[in-house]
Design a protein around this ligand. Structure first.
Ligand SMILES: [Zn+2]
Length: 305
């Protein structure tokens, strides 16, 4: 580590734990087409209200395919309502949530270009920049040739490829939660909501431990979760518990100033795991770190993020 780097790290030393909340699959990717727009709109409004009430900054990653179809104007209005809020920033999450690991570089470049049209218009209306991109499934390329090609492309378009450090499989809990709600199993759904919050807190504690081992200090974390009914209903409890655990909520811009985000990802492959693992180049150590990750109590639903 150079002297400058040491100085930068010390300058960033924090007294409180910090996290930026990021939400993928905005506004409707996590719902089926059969769900009425009113229901999806209400969930988005509820979630936005939670962040507004708590003055919590949030960054959204958008799939514009969900803005198309019937009631297009009403769909775009839902997104506009998010983006006009001063706490909200937004990034591109690919047009139709394609997996880059199974898509050619050329086709994926089209995903990026096609995925920014409406978002860019709205952001410019609200005088905000469009600079973040997040790969669907956090699939950054199946081999180094495609990975570096896309990295160069994103850079040429002015995008920052957005990492995350903590996620807690909210999409799995959300899928169980939604099917319980659909069946009218309210008590079971409430239990799932509480299980989600408890598991997320356990996951935060685990990644803080990994961070301490790797860097000898707390880093500013990035939490990844999704736009779904579960978060609309349980984000207030999650934010309250994180506050109790000592977290300050920061914007993605602020958090990305932590020098840890200058680290190079040493991982190329099919998995969508945390950047804390990707920054570790020693495979044995990486495996050790991953072995400690808390298991979910009930195995449910395949991955969707
Ligand atoms: Zn996603």
């Amino acid at each position: 580590m150079s002297l400058c780097m040491v100085a930068a790290v010390h300058a960033f030393a924090q007294s409180k734990k910090q996290v930026a909340i990021t939400i993928d699959d905005v506004p409707f990717t996590q719902w089926s087409d059969a769900t009425p727009l009113q229901v999806k709109k209400a969930a988005n409004e509820k979630l936005l209200q939670v962040f507004t009430a708590g003055k919590v900054p949030v960054t959204l990653f958008i799939n514009e395919i969900t803005l198309q179809g019937t009631e297009e104007k009403a769909r775009i209005d839902v997104l506009a309502k998010w983006l006009e809020n001063p706490l909200v920033t937004a990034g591109n999450h690919g047009y139709q949530h394609a997996n880059f690991n199974t898509t050619s570089v050329d086709d994926f470049q089209q995903e990026v270009v096609k995925g920014e049209v409406i978002t860019r218009q709205l952001l410019s209306r609200f005088k905000k920049p469009l600079k973040y991109f997040r790969f669907p499934y956090n699939a950054t390329g199946k081999d180094s040739v495609s990975r570096f090609a896309l990295e160069a492309f994103l850079k040429s378009k002015g995008y920052i490829s957005t990492p995350f450090t903590i996620e807690s499989q909210d999409y799995s809990f959300a899928s169980r939660y939604q099917s319980e709600l659909d069946k009218g199993a309210t008590q079971a759904a409430e239990q799932t909501g509480r299980d989600y919050v408890a598991y997320t807190l356990k996951t935060f504690a685990y990644f803080e431990k990994v961070t301490q081992e790797q860097y000898g200090r707390p880093i500013a974390q990035i939490y990844l979760c999704h736009d779904n009914q579960l978060n609309a209903d349980y984000m207030p409890l999650l934010l309250a518990e994180l506050t109790k655990a000592g977290y300050d909520f920061k914007s993605l811009d602020e958090v990305m100033r932590d020098p840890v985000y200058q680290s190079t990802s040493c991982y190329t492959g099919p998995y969508g795991f945390s950047w804390l693992y990707r920054w570790e180049k020693d495979l044995k150590r990486r495996r050790e770190m991953m072995m400690g990750q808390p298991e979910m109590d009930t195995p449910i639903e395949p991955k969707k993020n």
